[in-house]
Design a protein around this ligand. Structure first.
Ligand SMILES: Nc1ncnc2c1ncn2[C@@H]1O[C@H](COP(=O)(O)OP(=O)(O)OP(=O)(O)O)[C@@H](O)[C@H]1O
Length: 250
């Protein structure tokens, strides 16, 4: 398995997320209600039932959608108002890499974000190749993205986000649909990276070793604290709901 060395000096990258009074309705339904969070921990998990509002929160954290009320700041940058600042502050990885990849070749895909940050064509190409080399994938530079597997495309997305050196990366269930070895390889890559991580997942084991876990329930924060206590309560509640559902079917 490839070991990924964090870039020198990057361990000092600051991270602070401040969410205040976040409210959002979609399709006439309140999806998030009064979400307020202050986060400085570098490994944070988010759990919650299907439809509880996790992905919506992830998009708000990345400044991809606007709330009805409230604001999201990362390192003091309002991610909605300062789009250039937000590109440096936060990266996001979606469940489906095909929702993210827009260029035909791997190098073009990795260069794009760097061009958005204002780098010259040459600097962006060099940055893309440096990132590919870090992951021992320099041979992918000219490769057509369409010829890569789903797991390999996930890795392309991860490298593209990392190349931009954001303070934090939001992971929106990036491992669903991947086999165990691919999932482990991506976990391994993530364990070695410098940016803070906010990781949305349905797998409590994936975030058991994190610094903090936030449980989103029906658009609000239901529990927030160390993984030991939050994941314990969450799992007990999910099991109770599942058993209740099963007994209804009998
Ligand atoms: N564009 C939209 N228009 C209307 N309703 C939406 C829209 N996007 C999301 N919703 C609704 O908002 C709620 C929260 O959706 P969201 O995708 O944030 O949930 P989630 O917690 O990420 O769920 P899952 O675990 O299933 O991915 C759901 O009820 C969903 O149907």
């Amino acid at each position: 398995m490839t070991t990924v060395a964090p870039p020198t000096g990057a361990a000092q990258v600051p991270f602070r997320l401040d969410i205040a009074g976040l409210n959002l309705s979609l399709g006439g339904r309140q999806v998030l209600s009064d979400v307020a969070l202050n986060v400085t921990e570098r490994r944070v998990g988010i759990v919650g039932r299907n439809g509880s509002g996790k992905s919506t929160l992830a998009r708000l954290m990345a400044g991809l959608i606007a709330p009805d009320a409230g604001r999201v700041q990362i390192n003091g940058i309002d991610v909605l108002k300062d789009r250039r600042g937000a590109l440096r502050a936060v990266g996001i990885l979606f469940q489906n890499p095909d929702h993210q990849i827009i260029f035909p070749t791997v190098e073009e895909e990795l260069s794009f974000g760097l061009r958005q940050l204002g780098q010259s064509k040459r600097a962006a190409r060099d940055g893309a190749r440096t990132m590919l080399a870090r992951f021992d994938r320099l041979d992918w530079a000219e490769r057509a993205v369409a010829t890569l597997s789903q797991g390999q495309r996930h890795l392309v997305c991860l490298m593209a986000v990392l190349a931009m050196e954001p303070s934090v990366i939001v992971l929106d269930e990036p491992f669903s649909g991947l086999d165990i070895p691919t999932t482990r390889a991506l976990h391994h890559h993530l364990a070695g990276i410098t940016p803070a991580l906010i990781h949305i997942t349905h797998d409590p084991a994936a975030i058991a070793g994190y610094d903090r876990v936030i449980w989103i329930d029906e658009g609000s924060v239901r529990a927030d604290g160390p993984p030991g206590s939050v994941l314990g309560t969450f799992t007990t509640e999910m099991t109770r709901i599942a058993e209740e559902g099963a007994s209804c079917l009998l």
